[in-house]
Structure formats: C-alpha cells, structure tokens
Design a binder for this molecule. Structure first.
Ligand SMILES: Cc1cc2nc3c(=O)[nH]c(=O)nc-3n(C[C@H](O)[C@H](O)[C@H](O)COP(=O)(O)OP(=O)(O)OC[C@H]3O[C@@H](n4cnc5c(N)ncnc54)[C@H](O)[C@@H]3O)c2cc1C
Length: 418
C-alpha cells in the first residue's frame, strides 16, 4: 500500500518502522524544517519496551537510557506519599528513563527511509473523496491507500474525524522542564517527586545518555498552572528557584545554572478523547488520538502500542477497512482506561483543590502497602491496567526476550541497568 504518515514523533516513527518492514511504501511528512525531538525526557514502561523489543531495539534503548526500579513521592518534610517498586509487579520488571533525543535517534537510525522524510511540510487537511493530503502551502499529496495522523496533541488532521471527537480541551495545568547533568546522582534508579499540596510538584527522572553530550542526565520538571507556563519569565524563574529551595533543598545546586526562562522548556497538556480514531482510510494515533496529562507517564508508550497494534491489524487483515475497524476495537479498552484514570488522578497532583492533596498524602502511602490496592496501583504504573466490562484487570505485557545481540549491547553498559 501507499501509506502517508503526518508527523514524525514517537508514534509516526514507530509506525514508519513497522509498516516499511511489512513492505508498504511509506511517505512521512513532518512540519518541522529540521528533524529532532522537542522536550527533555520520559519514562518508558514495560508496554513501550515490549514494542521496542519487537523492533529489535530494546537492547540499544537500555544501553542509552536509565533503568528505573522505584518511584518515590514525598512531601517537603520527607513524609512518604508514594513508594512503588516495579519489582513488586513481577520479578525483573522495570521502567526505562530516556532522553527524547535518545529515543528519537534510536527510531530514526533504525529506519532506512529516514533520509527521505518530507520535512517542513505541515499537513492541514485530508480529502476523503480523493484520498489526498493538503499542506499549508496549498500543495496536494497522494492519493494514498492509508493515511496515518500522528501529528500530536494539537493535530490538524483530527478535524477530519470531527464527529468522533468527544473532548479536545487544553488542560489547566502544565510544567516547565529541562535536562540537567547528573553523573553523580545518588539514586539513578529512582524517579523522585516532591508534592506540596496540589499546586506544587517537582520531580527528577534519571534518563541516561543524551545524544551529542557526555555523561548521564536527569530530567527536572516543575509543575505550573497553565497561564503561568505561558508567562514563564525572569520573575517566575526566580520564584521557581525559591520554591525548589523550600520544597527540595537538596537539588538546589543541580538547577542553580538555570538563569534564563528559555533554559527550561514549557509544556501545556491537552485532553483528547475520540469515540473512534478512524474515518475512511484515515487513522489517528498517538497523542493526536488520546493526548492526556503526562502524570501517569504513558503517552509515548501508548504511541508505541498504537503503531504496533495498527501494524498487526494490517498484517492480519487484507481488507484495510476491516483492519482499521479491528485496530479501533483492539486499542479501545486500554486507551479508555488511561483516559479515565488520568482524568481522575491528575487533580490529586495538579489542581487548585488543596484538600485533594491532604487526602492523597494521608491515603496513598497506606494504600500502596495494602496488597489489594498495591497490585492495581502497580499495573497502572506499568501501563498494564484495563477497566473492562467486568471491572479492573491487569494484562501483563509480553515483552519479547532480548535477542542475543540485544542482550550483549545491554550488558555492555552496566550503568544503564545496574
Ligand atoms: C512534560 C511532559 C512529560 C512527559 N512524560 C512522559 C513520560 O514520562 N512517559 C511517557 O510515555 N510520555 C510522557 N509524555 C507524553 C509524551 O511526550 C507524548 O505522549 C508522546 O510524545 C506522543 O507522541 P506522538 O508521536 O503522538 O506526538 P508528538 O511527539 O507530539 O509528535 C507529533 C509530531 O508531528 C509533527 N506535526 C504536528 N503537526 C503536524 C502537521 N500538521 N503536519 C506534519 N507534522 C506535524 C510534530 O512536529 C511532531 O514531530 C510527557 C509529555 C510531557 C509534555
């Protein structure tokens, strides 16, 4: 098939790899004139790592990233709120912190077609009748047998499925974030967060190596209300430094070099819910289909799962319409589960409802120690939770074992998986 992919983020990158490997003729359009990731780092879960394993890239990912074994959240006084160990989910389970640059390069270098990506082309519209794409310069492209909208949370192509879009709103909160060098970081296997009520949250996520730079890195993030993200200026930066000194004095030296607002990237979140991600021969994947607050650390993992599932459906069904219908059905429960949990959990960490913070601080710790609650909490973290017709269930991800070659690459870098 002739396949067009709009957007070369994680979803588009993975889709290009899977579909090219199936022999389809893939054309990628990316609006940025220069290819590259935007943002600092993220946490890959066993779900996302399972997809990387299928692509034969998990060993390299482990070598580039940082194995994360535990998540710790506490109040400024050091009182534990959250303590979760991946190993309690099952033996050998872990997360993987990665810089966006590392994941981007890993997926790009694995795709022989990367040199032919049509950069600087912003796709504005899909014409269902002619199966063509139209860009912002008035040029048309195609026709295509299949169009994949992987154009992120602010997707232009989502409008093609207008009737399916149930929710498309800007989240009232966001964050500023950046990478800081941390070769001697004392807890390289822990994601650490500090919460002061629900209006203040900051975190340090070890993410391993950064392409083009030496050493190992940690993503620092600092939560802000949406309008404060937009207007983040010198005064706001000074206020951030004061808040960090109050909430988590230990990390003050790590961020002391951040002297200009542009030293940090800004992120606003979107909340997107679609009844169906498909319309005709167009399928919407990744954040374009289900953007949510990153509190649960699932977005990139879900983008990878979308791409892998779509490829499976196209492989198993010769009829494209049928393949897309099966794709929508296959991904529905998982996507809805995380949309639901994200909507309910995020206000406990980012909102104006201070009482929710007190409730969280009082209950999360004991809940995490109760076997009946700990298992669901862990499966939510690892990306394996589903809310089905019969209530909650956890579906473990079948992470394909590393190939011998992958194993050797991962073993060669003990720092990454300690
Ligand atoms: C602060 C923050 C922290 C996060 N932490 C995590 C985490 O720990 N774990 C996790 O799994 N996820 C995390 N996420 C979410 C994750 O970043 C996203 O879910 C993921 O990047 C989505 O990938 P995507 O390919 O769908 O979209 P994107 O990465 O946004 O890629 C979309 C691409 O499409 C291009 N594009 C856009 N419009 C057009 C157009 N009209 N035509 C052509 N090209 C276009 C863009 O330039 C971009 O390259 C976090 C997000 C934020 C903001």
């Amino acid at each position: 098939m002739k396949v067009a992919i709009a957007g070369y983020g994680t979803a588009g990158q993975a889709a290009a790899l899977f579909l090219s490997a199936q022999g389809h003729e893939v054309t990628v359009f990316e609006k940025s004139p220069v290819l590259g990731p935007v943002g600092a780092g993220f946490l890959l879960q066993p779900t996302g790592m399972g997809v990387l394993a299928r692509l034969g890239l998990l060993g390299k990912a482990q070598a580039m990233g940082q194995r994360i074994d535990e998540l710790h959240g506490s109040t400024p006084s050091g009182r534990p709120v959250m303590a979760m160990r991946y190993g309690d989910r099952r033996e050998g389970c872990f997360g993987l912190g990665m810089t966006r640059g590392a994941l981007f390069e890993l997926l790009r270098d694995a795709w022989p077609g990367a040199g032919r990506i049509r950069t600087g082309v912003r796709i504005d519209r899909y014409d269902e009748a002619t199966h063509t794409l139209h860009d912002s310069h008035g040029q048309s492209h195609g026709p295509y047998d299949l169009v994949i909208a992987a154009d992120g949370a602010h997707s232009a192509l989502r409008a093609t499925c207008e009737k399916s879009v149930r929710r498309e709103s800007m989240y009232p909160w966001g964050a500023v974030w950046c990478l800081v060098r941390a070769d001697d970081w004392a807890t390289p296997h822990h994601l650490q967060q500090r919460y002061a009520g629900t209006r203040q949250m900051l975190g340090m996520l070890p993410v391993g190596t950064r392409p083009g730079h030496e050493g190992r890195w940690v993503t620092f993030f600092f939560s802000l209300a949406g309008d404060a993200v937009e207007s983040f200026d010198d005064d706001a930066l000074a206020a951030m430094h004061r808040d960090v000194a109050d909430i988590w004095p230990d990390i003050v030296p790590r961020i002391a070099h951040l002297r200009h607002p542009s030293d940090l990237q800004r992120a606003r979140y979107r909340d997107v819910v679609m009844a169906s991600p498909c319309r005709g021969r167009l399928v919407v994947i990744g954040d374009a289909a289900h953007a949510m607050s990153p509190q649960l650390g699932q977005g990139a993992n879900m983008a990878l799962l979308d791409a892998a599932t779509l490829a499976d459906c196209l492989r198993d069904h010769v009829d494209v319409d049928r393949a897309l219908a099966v794709y929508a059905k296959t991904r529905r429960t998982h996507v809805r589960t995380y949309q639901f949990i994200s909507r309910w959990l995020t206000p406990l960490f980012q909102s104006d409802h201070a009482w929710l913070g007190g409730w969280r601080d009082a209950l999360f710790g004991p809940m995490g120690r109760m076997p009946g609650a700990r298992t669901p909490m862990l499966s939510i973290l690892t990306g394996e939770a589903r809310l089905g017709r019969y209530g909650y269930e956890a579906r473990p991800v079948d992470v394909t074992p590393l190939s011998d070659e992958d194993e050797a690459i991962a073993d060669a870098t003990p720092a990454s998986h300690g």
